[in-house]
Design a protein around this ligand. Structure first.
Ligand code: AMP
Length: 202
């Protein structure tokens, strides 16, 4: 008999349990890409006309998909991360469990004016508009091995600024882990020389 969807089984929060994925399903085993991809929906013309917004909330709400996404985003960087940077706001949701899985700390990169202590600050253009990101000046120990996490890599402006801010604050960027890369927007061009891991591409 197949396991019910609402099984009492849960991921054990350790690396390397991706092989348990089929245990979560009543349907035949899916690949990680199928599992995750099926739970990212596209919202046309949000937040502005012409933008196809990739909405990850169905994935976040689904226990096995969320667990698999977190583990798969963490796995390539296992054993070499001291701190995980989450980019406001959806990056926070992924960065915290990824840091937990990696045994690392979490550092928030926030939009302008939201961090209480002195910050480094940098402005940039994104796929829809512009923004300023900030990080606490004392967020990192010198040379802290830092993984940057976000939901979507689009033009790469956000990730490039995140890397710059980490380095201004004394961290060493060891890589970037995203759920979804929009390859047509060439975000990697702004991240040349950096290790970028995308769970899915579109
Ligand atoms: P970019 O700086 O252009 O790479 O944009 C990446 C940031 O903007 C990430 O924090 C994403 O959450 C958000 N973003 C950009 N484009 C999209 C999109 N099409 N769907 C969802 N989020 C997006």
């Amino acid at each position: 008999m197949q396991q019910r969807y609402r099984s009492t089984r849960r991921p054990d929060h350790t690396l390397g349990n991706l092989q348990q994925v089929p245990d979560f399903f009543t349907s035949p085993p899916a690949s990680v890409e199928q599992l995750i991809g099926a739970r990212i929906r596209e919202i046309p013309d949000f937040p502005t006309p012409g933008i196809a917004f990739k909405d990850i909330t169905p994935l976040l709400a689904d226990p096995p998909s969320f667990a698999v996404a977190v583990e798969a985003m963490a796995k390539p960087f296992a054993g070499c991360v001291d701190q995980v940077v989450g980019i406001e706001a959806r990056g926070f949701i992924l960065a915290a469990p990824i840091a937990y899985v990696l045994g690392a700390g979490v550092v928030p990169l926030r939009k302008e004016g939201r961090l209480p202590a002195p910050t480094f600050s940098e402005g940039y253009e994104l796929e829809y508009g512009s923004a300023v990101l900030e990080v606490h000046r004392d967020a990192f120990h010198w040379g802290s091995r830092t993984l940057i996490v976000d939901d979507v890599l689009a033009t790469g402006g956000t990730a490039a600024v995140a890397a710059s801010l980490v380095e201004q604050a004394g961290g060493e960027v060891i890589g970037l882990s995203v759920l979804l890369e929009l390859v047509g927007l060439n975000g990697r061009d702004k991240l040349v020389g950096r290790e970028v891991h995308a769970l899915l591409t579109a």
